[in-house]
Design a protein around this ligand. Structure first.
Ligand code: DC
Length: 221
């Protein structure tokens, strides 16, 4: 079964998807980490980020694995490196290229083939897995998302303020809304889950309940 979890940055997707997959013993696909890893590899290999055909080729060649909460690219642990500001910035351009997105789509489908998967990103339910049995679009108000992002930054030991976080979030949201390709939109048949005021645990419980309901429907049909 494929469960897609899409939504804007700060809606709590990553922690929910990771914890949900762990609870169910399913595979977890962090597609943001895939875009980030390929960007890192391109920079390291001197591939110009605007050379979409070469970056797309790199997408097909790079083996990305998710293991014990770590991200491996061609066997190397890149979990920390892909979260730097430099990679966050550079990834945007890479993720806007249609050739790169098409290659990612192929790779992500291949990775999920025949498995029970929780996949997380921006376009998983709308573009990559339109036939997924459960699609969820997680949202939260801008205030709540900024508060969570700030808590994460502080947890990682980075000095930041609510104003800074709100400012960069507003920029990201605007960029996401106006992207030429892969613009973020919920799939028509996605369940919208607004997570304001919900704890991480509550979000995961809710998602697990949605999955249980789908499995029960499947069993009775
Ligand atoms: O979720 P994140 O911040 O790790 O995502 C990193 C970048 O990749 C960000 O610019 C959004 C982009 N992305 C995308 O275009 N499509 C996805 N399915 C996942 C991420």
């Amino acid at each position: 079964m494929i469960v897609t979890l899409d939504g804007p940055a700060g809606a709590g997707k990553s922690s929910a998807a990771r914890a949900l997959a762990a609870r169910l013993g399913w595979c977890y696909l962090d597609t943001g980490a895939m875009y980030r890893s390929v960007t890192l590899m391109a920079l390291e290999q001197g591939i110009p980020l605007d050379d979409a055909p070469r970056v797309a080729d790199l997408v097909e060649r790079t083996v990305i694995e998710f293991r014990d909460g770590r991200v491996l690219a061609d066997g190397r642990d890149v979990s920390t490196e892909i979260r730097t500001d430099r990679i966050t910035q550079a990834t945007r351009a890479v993720a806007d290229a249609a050739d790169v997105r098409a290659a990612m789509k192929r790779v992500q489908r291949r990775m999920a083939e025949g498995l029970d998967v929780v996949t997380e990103g921006r376009d998983q339910g709308s573009e990559v897995f339109p036939d997924a049995e459960l699609k969820v679009f997680l949202t939260a108000s801008a205030e709540e998302r900024a508060r969570r992002r700030l808590a994460e930054e502080l947890e990682r030991g980075r000095a930041s303020s609510l104003e800074q976080v709100q400012e960069s979030q507003a920029r990201r949201d605007e960029g996401d809304r106006t992207r030429p390709v892969g613009a973020m939109r919920p799939a028509a048949d996605a369940v919208l889950l607004e997570t304001d005021g919900m704890s991480r645990e509550e979000v995961i419980d809710r998602l697990a309940a949605l999955i249980a309901a789908r499995l029960a429907e499947r069993g009775s049909s």
